[in-house]
Design a protein. Structure first.
Length: 244
């Protein structure tokens, strides 16, 4: 079906979200809590757009709004800019130590914010929790309520479910999750892991619990193959080339 986004008419499949359709058309809509791996959450509301159906206009989160009919979409209007400015101001007040939030705060010329915690970087987008669930570890979750709500392991202690994959830190948009890698060890969420070393290039690349978890979940056949992903790809490419 045909939809119009910022005056550009495009063909989209029924059920595709406005955000997906816009990105395929090269139209930028800002996001914070969105990940292609998990789809839309509609948590941060940064991706709000104006949708017109007939004579009716309304604001919706583009990451969760499925296209089921012909609509007109505006991604940049004075009202939307004000909504995003207010969202950024609130999130910056929560996480002023994040470089990303500092940049957005400046780019959108937000109003002055006082009474902030200078050490906080988490905007509570919960992408890290989604990543942990997707991996199958379920080692972290949101705890407490209201202004004290945050992401943590149970009782802020070492979680037996954590496998040290750092998927939570990799997906975090604001760099709020601390990961320390030094001397062949990785520390994350109050837990220390010995890292595996690639037998080819010598670089550290993962932890033993991660390899065991992936091997078990995907039933892979290289459980004893101590290669980093890059060297493994090179090895497979060489084997394919030799077969040809």
């Amino acid at each position: 079906m045909k939809v119009t986004i910022d005056g550009i008419e495009i063909e989209v499949e029924t059920g595709k979200t406005i955000l997906e359709a816009a990105r395929e058309a090269g139209i930028d809509i800002p996001t914070l809590c969105y990940s292609e791996a998990f789809g839309g959450q509609g948590v941060c509301r940064m991706c709000m757009v104006e949708v017109k159906t007939g004579n009716r206009k309304r604001f919706v989160a583009s990451c969760t709004y499925p296209i089921t009919g012909e609509i007109e979409v505006q991604t940049k209007t004075p009202e939307l800019e004000e909504i995003r400015r207010n969202i950024i101001t609130l999130l910056y007040r929560r996480a002023p130590n994040s470089d990303l939030m500092k940049k957005l705060y400046q780019d959108y010329s937000c109003s002055e914010v006082k009474g902030v915690d200078p050490e906080e970087s988490c905007i509570m987008c919960r992408l890290c929790v989604k990543a942990c669930e997707k991996v199958g570890a379920n080692a972290i979750s949101t705890v407490l309520r209201g202004t004290e709500k945050r992401v943590s392991t149970p009782f802020d202690e070492e979680s037996p479910e954590c496998i040290g994959c750092s998927a939570c830190a990799d997906t975090c948009p604001t760099g709020a999750i601390r990961v320390v890698e030094e001397g062949g060890r990785r520390e994350i969420w109050h837990k220390s892991f010995e890292m595996l070393r690639c037998e080819k290039c010598g670089g550290y690349y993962s932890t033993l619990p991660v390899r065991e978890h992936v091997t078990e979940q995907l039933e892979l056949d290289y459980a004893d193959d101590s290669l980093c992903p890059n060297c493994r790809r090179k090895k497979l490419a060489k084997e394919v080339a030799e077969v040809r």
